[in-house]
Ligand binder design. Sequence first.
Ligand SMILES: [Zn+2]
Ligand SMILES: [Zn+2]
Length: 931
Amino acid sequence: MDKSEILNIFSSNHEKFYKVSLFERQGFQRQSCSICGKFYWSLIQRSACPDHENYSFIGNPPTSKRLSYIQAWEETKKYFEKNGHKIVNRYPVVCRWREDLYYTIASIVDFQRIVENKVVFELPSNPLVVPQICLRFNDIENVGISGRHYTSFCMIGQTCNADKEGGYWKDKCIDLDFGLLVDVLGIPPAEITFVEDVWLGAGAFGCSLEYFVRGLELGNAVFTEFEGNEKNYYTMKNKIIDMGAGLERFSWITNGTPTSYECTFEPVLKNIYKMSDLEHFSLTNKNRYDIDLLGNYFSKVSSKLDSFADPRMLKNQIAEELKVDVEKIEKIVVPYESLFTIVDHAKTLIFAISDGSLPSNVGGGYNLRILLRRALSLIKKTGFNFKIFDIIDMHIDQLQKLYPELGDSRDEIITILDIESKRFAETQNRIVNISDKIKKEKSKLDIDYLIRLYESDGITPDYLVEMGLLKSVPSNFYTKLSEMHSSINTITKKDKRNEIKLKDDIDIDSISKTKLIFYDNPSKFVFDAKIIKKIDEENLIILDKTCFYPRGGGQEPDYGLLGSFKVDNVVKIKDIVIHHVSENNNLKEGDIVNCIIDKERRIAITKNHTSTHIINSSSKNTLGSWVWQNSSFKEEAYARLDITHHSALNKTEIQEIERKANEVIEKNIPVYINFFDRGVAEQKYSFRIYQGGVVPSNNVRIVNIGNLDIEACGGTHVFNTGEIGFIKILRTERIQDGVVRLEFVSGQNALKYVQRQEDQIQFIVNALGTSKEKVLETFSKSLDDFDKLKKKTKNIIKNVSKIYSQNVIENSTIIKSNNGNNQIVKLYYTVEEELDEEFHLTIGHDAVEHDKNLIYVSIINNKSSARVIVYCGKESSTIIKAGTIAKSASRILNGSGGGSPIFGQGGGRSIEKLNTLKFHIEQMIKEKMAY
Ligand SMILES: [Zn+2]
Ligand SMILES: [Zn+2]
């Protein structure tokens, strides 16, 4: 859609679209900007729109009220409550209800759900206000520097559905927002400018009014009213108001401090100023020159940064304006910039981790790792005397007043950050070596190289600056890095195996919905149904109703019989269940067929599915609240669950998860399944229900295991946990950074597994000729015996080596130089299949001791690959190095090798090259001897 064309549509009919009753009543005049032509409404004559205005509220706020960050929210909350709005708790910053977003980026996202590729709005109350924390990583470079950019901020979302009960439209919305500015913040009406704009996104659009005071945008009221595009659009059935305002700015406009950070982070900064050598600065603290300079500097930065792509250029310009050396400014300003950045990053980490996102090298976790590493580097570089944990504590103390849930996560946030900080310290040790290498090789540190260093070795450019290897961090480095990882495509793609695809000529929408019997009657395994569609060439059959569970939610499908034909795959496309039969059949559309579900398979899968929920909850209870289901798979023979966790699991943790899971089985807890309205389920059970990902329907099926585990899930489940009998974890594996896989079996399969293990132990017991009770003792004795035997063999080799090396020398080929300098090399070359490495290492070593002109080359060919061992005597190594021979021999074998002048090794897989290898080695030696 073309934004300017849509703006034209609205502008040309501004009486209808923009003129709200407030403008009429109060006498707001529509004016156009003499610079950019934008239209705006104001009580007084203005020659330009607020875009061109400096932040004149800095040092001179337009109100006598002074509201702290928390107060600004409390006042706003009171105001909207009084005006009939429900105050809704913030939604998680980890956006689990939208597959296309990692993090919640705006308050309206809370209420957006994607249904068949279309955004729909679902409001839990009407009208409502939410203090939504939003995470954005697209401006990381400016955070801490600009005076107003953040990686997390609170967007006050005033939202309503205009066409539902309680809803209102433009006139009332602007009346309310005007009241908020005038009555709550105390801003005189003449200070307020409303700017005309449009909003578009996801197939819908509408006009918007942004409101500004002294150059600062305080809010934007968006009126989404049309669907379609600029050529062809119609009015929506449910028009939506989405007013978003930054809480940070509400506090800032009333205080007029040089930066907005001083308001948002006030209690935290005060503490730090006390702890460190920094002094509190603000425009009222004009008793010292450098403090005064800071205030002046940040006042200028705050309103100017937009017009400068590179903050460093801005610094130069401000230095000029203030008539101060840029170096001097740097010295005074940089510690504050660092401090603001650290404090911002710590706050974002608190929200992200407490909502279940872990720092990692994949997906959204990548941004968190950047934030932490950047904060740690800055603390170290600036020499601050506090730790990141101190800042975390101070933040939580303050923010608890607004978000009480943060207090509960304090310990877990600290745990995660502690692990991550240690990991970073380890990486830094590695860095020292790498930076030495960079120094030596004088590599060019362009942005691509810097990104490579960060990706493969975890080296931050900040660190390279610290080491004096880099002059400054490229201004777009962190943005570029986070862009690379913000693409949602990196989320694990669905397994496409076993999917059934229908040909284009089959119109699925014309087939009537399959009735799903397995939900109402999960114990029904035999049923009659009518064939309503048959797709012959692919052996696909669609019934009017079915007990066959189709593949979905990680659960594999039911098998069984359809008539007398085997069903071996079942899928669901939209509302239609499609059965695949394994052979050609004579079934006809309209036939009534008798179907039988493979009961044993279904029961095994069902037990595994409920076990997955149980393992998920016992993992969380054992490891920490950051555990979420990443994905799962439930088959007849076993199940697997991938969870979010920072490290590989140790034996104690695995056993504890297993113990807790079996405890749930012992208690024989009933499993309740109920359908809820999506909004009700989210409010009642929190977003923890979305373990298996987004639910596409407004009617959510909630599986509740005795309030221990509550998930939205469409799978089959046992009635009571006791039916499962037994859960056994088979193995665990850290499959990627931040994700651990658990594989397990349940019920009869778990018993079978234990019995198989028992059989294996019995086999070992029999082979060792011992009893089960003594197997460990016997086994460790056997290991001892084996070690002794190895030592014995070594001794024998040593003893025969003297005799054998004589044999080697006698059987070597003599190569003489023909240039008159009388050089001699004796080459011994052998290809063996039986004798092992130990033997050749001993013989080769001894032989070249005995004859300094000898070169010993031994190839051990074990059929799939060959190993190369080379020794050179003292004399021959002056002509050619053992490492050189090993390297080029290995290269011929398509492998790699190398070594020192007297010993070399390597190998490769192209054993067909072995027959010409000796010739190559001889040639190489001759060349070196200038033959
Ligand atoms: Zn303008
Ligand atoms: Zn499930």
